[in-house]
Design a protein around this ligand. Sequence first.
Ligand code: C5P
Length: 267
Amino acid sequence: MNSESSGFPRVAVVIPAAGRGERFGSPKQFQTHLGWSLLRWALEPFLGLGDSLVAMAVALPPGETARGLEDLAGHPRLHTCTGGASRQESVRLGLKLIAGELRPDDVVLVHDAARPLLSGVDLRRIAELIARTGAGALLAVPVRDTLKRAGGNGLVEETVPRSGLYQAQTPQGAPAHLLIEAHDRALRAGLHATDDAAVLEAAGIPVHIVEGDPLNFKITGETDWKLFTALARRLSGRDNPSTPSPRLDSGGSPPNSPSPPGRGGPG
Ligand code: C5P
C-alpha cells in the first residue's frame, strides 16, 4: 500500500533497543556521538522518509521511557515500550505496540539500535522491494574473507566455501501481517532466533537478500565504536562539527529536526 502523496510505500519501523550491552560494557544504544545517542542515529534514516513513515516503535530497557530520544519528545509517530529478555521478544513487543496503527500491507522494518550508519538509499531499496514482492527481505553483504572452522584445539578443521554466504544486517522486514504472524508463530513454537529473517523463514515466508553496504555495520565492541566515530565525522563532512544533519542521504530533514548537537564524544 502506497503512502497517499509520494507513491512510496507506507513504512513502520521497530527498533529493539533494550539490550544491556554486555559485550560493550554499558548499554551502547545510549552512548552519544556528535550529540546524538546511537539509538537516535539508527532512527535518523527512517525519519528521512517523511510522511511515508507511519509509526516508530522503540523497545527500551526496563525503567527507560525516552532515553536517547530527547529531541523527538512528543513526536506523533513515536511509541516506546519496555523490551523483553531477548531481542526477539523486544521486537515482538514493539510490533504489538504499533499493530493498531498498521494496515496489513504496510512495510514493517526491524532495525538494530546498534547500526548507526544505514543509508537512506538502502532503506528505500529494501522498503520498495518488500512492497513490490509482498515477501520478506533483509539487507546483507557477501562474505569477503575466506572462512575457517576451528576445532576446540584452535587448529583449523576446515575451510568453509564462502560462495553464496552473506552476513545479515538490518533492516529486515516484511508486510505487517506476515511479520506479526511470523512472530506469533515463533512464540508459540518456542523458536529462539537471533534475527527477524529467521523468524520469517521458520514461518515459510520467502526472504529476499538485498545487497547492502559494509558501512551499515553493527557496533559490538570498542573497535566498532572507534570506526563509527571516525566515519561519522567524515561522512557528515564534520571533522569539527557545529551543525546538525549528521547523515548526508537520509532523504530530507526529519519532521522534528534535532537542535544542533553538542560535542558529546563517546560517553
Ligand atoms: O546484542 P546485540 O547487538 O545482538 O543486540 C541487537 C539489538 O537488539 C540491539 O539494538 C539491542 O539493544 C537489542 N536487544 C533488545 N532486547 C534484548 C537484547 C537486545 O532490544 N533483550
